[in-house]
Design a protein around this ligand. Structure first.
Ligand SMILES: [Zn+2]
Length: 406
């Protein structure tokens, strides 16, 4: 099983210099690749792959000899990442790859090979950069796949280490509607579960965000290029880091809580956050609560702890449909917190009704095929097919058919 570990680094001056050289070089090569790909496509209609680009790297290095100072694996990796960005654009409609800017306060590079750690000496070794001091708040056991070095806006350095652990993924339980919980992610509460549980948005995060707005307003009043402006800029970046950490912390705790609920299957809505952010009124709240990150956390934690995760896609009228009789109340407003079904007279709490709908929707045949076949690119459900082969419930069978295909 793959697991990621993130550690804070305490690099010395020379190491920082090397980090910066790597950030610059991978950015340069990524942009060069992007330009080549776009131009070739415009001129000839053909696509160049990262592999083709990698074969022309020696020429690029001839023209830009400073590229030789950095680990060549990192450069090749950035071209592979460019390929991935293209794939995401075409397959998942995720937005065309953009040029990377050196003014982006967040920079990173990836080492795919020859990285090692020394827990006794608290150091990390990368090709061309050895003995980087690391704060190992926890150890891991396994083989290092990749190491990603990043710099935050406030100038801190981190290493994300992806490890192939020697732990086998736990077996997931049968898909069973009675053993499933639906999760509705909302604005009033962060989420509402079909068993009635509600988790509120954290207050401390709101407080920090208010403070950030204040600091940013102060920053805009400082003269450009002045010492005070730089000082203020650093303050803003530092608070920004703090908010990011607070949010991640909340999302980690909450996803852990959901995965450890007494249910074998978790059903969520596949919220296309991008589509929703277009609605300006909702924009801030949505980006604040970080739903996208949350469903990502849920996804991998479900793998770790042996839970099924189903998503129902969007466009389903999950709030407007009566979970008891299926009647759709088309005039339900966002402000209606409680409503009564005009057909079967069931009284509903808006969010709990929605989360029950999400659970029910996830267990329709069509959704089982869609979700398991395409919706979980990170999981390896194929393995589990064999273990479940002997069972025979029609819905499960269909799902398994798509498992084998996916
Ligand atoms: Zn009804």
């Amino acid at each position: 099983m793959l697991k990621a570990y993130k550690y804070k680094l305490n690099p010395n001056k020379e190491q920082i210099e090397m980090f910066e050289k790597h950030f610059g070089s991978v950015r340069f090569v990524y942009n060069w690749g992007l330009e080549k790909k776009t131009k070739t496509y415009q001129e000839t209609g053909e696509t160049i792959t990262s592999h083709q680009l990698i074969t022309t790297l020696p020429e690029l290095k001839e023209e830009n000899p400073w590229l030789r100072e950095v680990n060549s694996q990192c450069i090749q990796m950035s071209l592979r990442n460019l390929d991935n960005a293209y794939t995401r654009f075409f397959r998942e409609k995720k937005g065309f790859p953009k040029f990377k800017s050196k003014y982006n306060p967040r920079q990173s590079f990836q080492c795919p090979q020859s990285c090692s750690v020394d827990f006794d000496k608290s150091t990390l070794n990368l090709p061309k950069i050895k003995k980087i001091k690391v704060i190992f708040h926890r150890k891991f056991d396994g083989d290092i796949r990749t190491v990603t070095i990043s710099r935050t806006p406030s100038g801190k350095y981190y290493a994300s280490i992806l490890v192939e652990t020697r732990i086998e993924a736990p077996i997931k339980p049968e898909l069973d509607k009675n053993d499933a919980v639906g999760i509705d992610m909302g604005l009033k509460d962060f989420l509402v579960a079909s068993d009635g549980d509600k988790i509120a948005n954290p207050r401390h995060l709101k407080k920090s965000e208010k403070q950030l707005i204040k600091l940013q307003r102060r920053l805009s009043k400082k003269a450009k290029g002045s010492k005070n402006r730089n000082k203020q800029k650093y303050k803003v970046a530092k608070l920004h880091d703090k908010i990011t950490n607070q949010r991640k912390d909340f999302l980690h705790k909450t996803s852990y809580q959901i995965v450890h609920k007494n249910h074998g299957t978790i059903c969520i809505e596949d919220l296309c956050v991008k589509g929703m952010v277009k609605n300006h009124k909702l924009a801030k709240s949505i980006s604040d609560v970080g739903w996208g990150m949350f469903s990502g956390f849920l996804r991998y934690k479900s793998e770790w702890y042996g839970k099924n995760l189903l998503d129902i896609g969007r466009f389903e009228p999950s709030s407007k449909m009566c979970s008891a009789c299926g009647h759709i109340k088309s005039d339900l407003k966002l402000s209606d917190r409680e409503w009564t079904c005009s057909k079967c007279r069931t009284k509903h709490d808006r969010d709990i009704n929605a989360s029950i709908n999400i659970r029910n929707m996830a267990f329709t045949n069509q959704n089982l095929i869609r979700c398991i076949g395409l919706g979980q690119p990170d999981s390896k459900p194929v393995e589990k097919t064999d273990r479940r082969k002997s069972k025979s419930v029609s819905v499960k069978q269909e799902a398994q058919g798509s498992l084998a295909l996916g």
